[in-house]
Design a protein around this ligand. Structure first.
Ligand SMILES: O=C(O)C(=O)[C@H](O)CO
Ligand SMILES: [Mg+2]
Length: 260
C-alpha cells in the first residue's frame, strides 16, 4: 500500500504552520510535504521533522509574485536568473531537510502566442535544476495543473508532462501525478497511471470536484491505491486536500493505511 504524506499547506490548518508537524505525527503520518519552506530557517524545520519523527518528501521552488497572478517563474522568458536563484535556494533547503524531491514551478503563460518561448525557457531551467540536483541525489518533479486551479499554467495534461520530460532529457526528472488535476483535465486515471508509470516520481490525491478527503466524489481511490500496488509504485502519495471540517475528523479513510 502507498506511503501517505500529510500536506501541511492544506491539512491541519487549524493550528499555525509550525504546529502542524506535531498534529500530522499525532494523526499517524510519518511523511509530510508542503508548498514552501522559505519563510523559516531550514534548521528550524529540520528540528520539527526530527522532533516528531517525520520525513519531508516534497516542497516547491518559490512561486514568484503570487499577488500578481504568478505561480512559478521557471517558464518566464527573461526571469532565468531569478529561476536559477530559486532553484539554488530550493537545493539548499532540500539538502538541509534531507528531502528527496523538489517540484520546479513553471508559471502561467499570459499570451498563448508566446507558448513556445515559455516552454523552451522551462526546459532550459529544469535542465539547470536537474544538473544541480543530480550530485545530491535529489529529483525534480513536474506537475500538470488544471485550469480549475491555475488557468493558463504552462501545462495541464499528464501527456504534456511526459513530453516535457522527454525534451528535458535528464534521468532525475519525474512526473508528479496529482489525480485531482488529472481527473478534471482528462479522466482515464487507470490508463494514465499505466502511461506515466515509467516516469512516476510523486503522487497527490484529493476528491473531485470538491478537493476534499479521498473518500467521496468522482474518483474511486481504493481502485487507484490497488492500481499503484499493481504497478509497484513505491514513492509517496501526498494528501493535498482541503479537509471538509476538522482535519482529524476527516481521517477515517486513513485508518487502514496508517502504519505504513
Ligand atoms: O496545486 C497543486 O496541485 C500543487 O501540487 C502545487 O504544489 C502547486 O501548484
Ligand atoms: Mg498537486
Amino acid at each position: 500500500m502507498p506511503k501517505f504524506a500529510a500536506n501541511l499547506s492544506m491539512m491541519f490548518t487549524e493550528v499555525p504552520f509550525l504546529d502542524r508537524f506535531e498534529a500530522a505525527a499525532k494523526a499517524g503520518f510519518k511523511y509530510v510535504e508542503y508548498l514552501f519552506p522559505y519563510e523559516y530557517p531550514a534548521a528550524e524545520l529540520k528540528a520539527k521533522l526530527d522532533q516528531y519523527g517525520l520525513k519531508q518528501v516534497l516542497f516547491n521552488t518559490a512561486p514568484g509574485n503570487v499577488a500578481a497572478g504568478e505561480w512559478g517563474v521557471s517558464a518566464i522568458p527573461g526571469r532565468e536568473a531569478e529561476s536559477h536563484r530559486d532553484i539554488d535556494r530550493a537545493l539548499e533547503y532540500a539538502i538541509a531537510l534531507e528531502c528527496p524531491s523538489v517540484l520546479v514551478m513553471a508559471g502561467v503563460v499570459p499570451d498563448p502566442k508566446e507558448y513556445a518561448k515559455y516552454k523552451q525557457t522551462f526546459i532550459d531551467n529544469v535542465r539547470y535544476a536537474a544538473d544541480k540536483f543530480k550530485p545530491h541525489g535529489i529529483n525534480v518533479m513536474l506537475e500538470a495543473l488544471s485550469a480549475a486551479v491555475k488557468p493558463n499554467y504552462l501545462y495541464a495534461s499528464q501527456y504534456q508532462t511526459l513530453e516535457l520530460i522527454d525534451l528535458i532529457d535528464r534521468d532525475n526528472v519525474f512526473v508528479q501525478l496529482d489525480y485531482f488535476h488529472a481527473q478534471i483535465v482528462e479522466g482515464n486515471l487507470t490508463r494514465i497511471t499505466d502511461d506515466v508509470k515509467a516516469k512516476l516520481g510523486h503522487i497527490q490525491i484529493a476528491s473531485v470536484p470538491d478537493r476534499h478527503e479521498p473518500d467521496e466524489g468522482e474518483i474511486n481511490y481504493t481502485h487507484i491505491f490497488n492500481k499503484l500496488d499493481e504497478i509497484g509504485y513505491d514513492g509517496w502519495v501526498g494528501c493535498e486536500y482541503n479537509p471538509r471540517g476538522k482535519t482529524e475528523d476527516g481521517l477515517v479513510w486513513f485508518e487502514k493505511y496508517k502504519n505504513r
